[in-house]
Design a protein around this ligand. Structure first.
Ligand SMILES: [Zn+2]
Length: 115
């Protein structure tokens, strides 16, 4: 299960961060998740809870912010939202094979800790 290994490495990273900052009690983890990252949001939420068991993060909450897929069209020289995830072409001029600007992130944005 792809999402579980992502959750585990994310938790490792957060625990390390919490250790270097003197053992923080993390309550909420804010994650940026691109719609084009290939990660299923619900599966990740489930995996997170599972992977938190037996760690310092048990009981913490994962908040996921979805980042939309944005492509850059070289022909228009503008950022565009493609018509669908499976069709990475410019909605204005139809040029295919565009550069992905955002939508692939799996990134811990911030941590909320207990006061
Ligand atoms: Zn275009």
């Amino acid at each position: 299960m792809h999402e579980l290994s992502i959750a585990i490495s994310m938790i490792d990273q957060i625990l390390e961060e919490s250790e270097t900052r003197g053992g923080l009690d993390v309550e909420v983890v804010h994650l940026k998740l691109g719609t084009f990252s290939g990660v299923d949001k619900d599966a990740l939420l489930f995996s997170y809870e599972l992977a938190c068991e037996g760690t310092r993060l048990k009981g913490s909450r994962l908040e996921i912010e979805s980042i939309p897929l944005i492509i850059y069209c070289g022909a228009c020289q503008k950022n565009r939202t493609p018509p669908s995830m499976y069709q990475l072409s410019c909605p204005e001029c139809g040029t295919p094979g565009q550069t992905i600007v955002s939508g692939r992130e799996i990134e811990v944005a911030s941590l909320e800790v207990a006061a």
